[in-house]
Design a protein around this ligand. Sequence first.
Ligand SMILES: Cc1cc2nc3c(=O)[nH]c(=O)nc-3n(C[C@H](O)[C@H](O)[C@H](O)COP(=O)(O)O)c2cc1C
Length: 244
Amino acid sequence: MEKPQGTGDRFQQETKYERERLGEGRIDWTSRPLLYKEYPEARKIRLPPPGTPVLPSFAEILSRRRSVREYSPRPIPLEDISFLLWASSGLQRVEDGHAFRTVPSAGALYPVDTYVIAHRVEGVEPGVYHYGVRDHLLEEVASGDFRGDLVRAALFQEFCSEASAAFVWTAVFPRAKWKYRQRAYRYVYLDAGHIAQNLALAAVGLGLGTCQVGAFFDDEMNTLLGVDGVEESVLYLSAVGHPR
Ligand SMILES: Cc1cc2nc3c(=O)[nH]c(=O)nc-3n(C[C@H](O)[C@H](O)[C@H](O)COP(=O)(O)O)c2cc1C
């Protein structure tokens, strides 16, 4: 068998669970990281309740979902953004005092945070916003037109700025590493996949389109959101808008 050479090969090998090493290392319950990142000083935009919009059947949604790369300039109503955020990462139930979400997450630690780069969202100034999961609101990270920065950071994929918004997902690594150590780096990507798929299907339900984007310049995308790329780093993003 070929010996693993690259970083990715080593990552796969070195993050394996092995029977004889599984019990190594204890979880330090005194250093449990916070489950929610919040921007206490930020301007907040309250979101309408996500509600229960009338959607096509699940089979219909599955048969319609595809990556959309051509968008109309029509703005997205704030109600739709609210539903999309809830469907992809919102709180869903409380069990034994722990708040669970609409997506699964390893250990229910929810290390993936959502940012919305709004270009044309009704009632929202263009800018970068962080989704405050606990209170279902948007926190303003930066205001302004970031379409150019987004397109450049996304390897010049123009559709990212033609869509009315982009959902950008970061991993807040300490939240998952606290329990899973290096294996957390596998789980954050799996979590992000669940989130992105929920977004894609919910968007189809609302008559919107998405295109997931994994190709971007990491440092540029991190800078756009104001995250350091070490403790928190962009994993994935999705354009969202009305298909043309
Ligand atoms: C992890 C991942 C990364 C992707 N990155 C990009 C991307 O950077 N640009 C793009 O146009 N599409 C991207 N896509 C979309 C795929 O090209 C698309 O899902 C695939 O061609 C299948 O087509 P469909 O989504 O229309 O069914 C990505 C999809 C995934 C799952």
